[in-house]
Design a protein around this ligand. Structure first.
Ligand code: CDP
Length: 241
């Protein structure tokens, strides 16, 4: 019997990706990103001023917060526990590093951008959806600032997108859903620029180990997925211009 994914996808196929821009009214940039059944609301807010360690440096800053809503998973989780969990801290730092990498902090000037990512529904890949959607919210917010004449050019170095790749039953699979994620022997998250340079690679063997040939295949799948995500980001942003 040929090997089958639970949702019928080929091993190197993404889940359907959709961006709903300007999903909320008050944040400078906002987007609801859907990767299959995973849904994350990403907003970007821009304030003047920077943290103390950057004052009078002439450069800006970007920070990120990530949270799952209590009812984002099959079993409800308490807001307090979600806030304090090490996983939350790890993920929000990853999102912050990834989106800071794509900014020209000098070009931003002494402003602070906060990216808030709130997971409405978690069907795996929430951190990668947060980065991919966070980038769209970030660009939208910067474009608004530029339209108001507060920026002469967008302080962006390159686009950024992220995807997960895993190994399930010995098969390398792109963009795992939850059913696959819980069974995965290997779980990787890859963040790349528009040139497919690497910003971050997280890779864990949940059981046993994996070899170099498998890692090469994982990176090939990640590149393919990220290329498609970058195209989808640009198409969504172009619609609002
Ligand atoms: O979401 P992502 O794949 O970035 O992170 P993960 O820590 O590998 O979690 C994978 C999935 O497990 C999440 O998307 C949720 O569906 C689920 N999960 C959960 O239900 N409760 C948690 N405390 C953590 C994860």
């Amino acid at each position: 019997m040929p090997w089958q994914r639970s949702d019928g996808r080929q091993p190197d196929r993404l889940r359907p990706i959709r961006f709903e821009l300007d999903f909320t009214r008050f944040a400078a940039g906002s987007v609801l990103v859907r990767c299959g059944e995973t849904q994350v609301l990403c907003t970007a807010s821009i304030e003047s001023g920077v943290p103390k360690f950057l004052q009078n440096s002439g450069q800006g800053w970007l920070t990120a917060e990530y949270r799952m809503l209590p009812s984002a998973t099959l079993q409800r989780k308490s807001r307090e526990l979600l806030k304090l969990s090490g996983r939350t801290q790890e993920i929000q730092r990853l999102i912050g590093r990834s989106l800071r990498a794509c900014l020209d902090l000098k070009g931003l000037g002494e402003r602070t951008i906060t990216i808030d990512t709130d997971v409405l529904q978690a069907d795996a890949g929430t951190r990668t959806a947060s980065i991919t959607g966070g980038y769209v919210a970030l660009v939208r917010a910067l474009e608004k600032l530029q339209n108001r004449g507060e920026l002469t050019q967008l302080p962006l170095r390159y686009p950024v997108a992220a995807v997960s790749v895993g190994i399930v039953d010995g098969e390398v699979l792109l963009d795992l859903n939850y059913e696959e994620d819980v069974r995965a022997e290997v779980d990787c998250n890859v963040v790349m620029t528009g040139n497919l340079d690497i910003i971050e690679v997280q890779g864990t063997a949940e059981s046993g180990s994996f070899n170099r040939a498998q890692l090469n295949r994982i990176m090939d799948f990640a590149e393919k997925g990220i290329k498609e995500l970058l195209t989808a980001q640009q198409a969504a942003l172009a619609e609002t211009r």
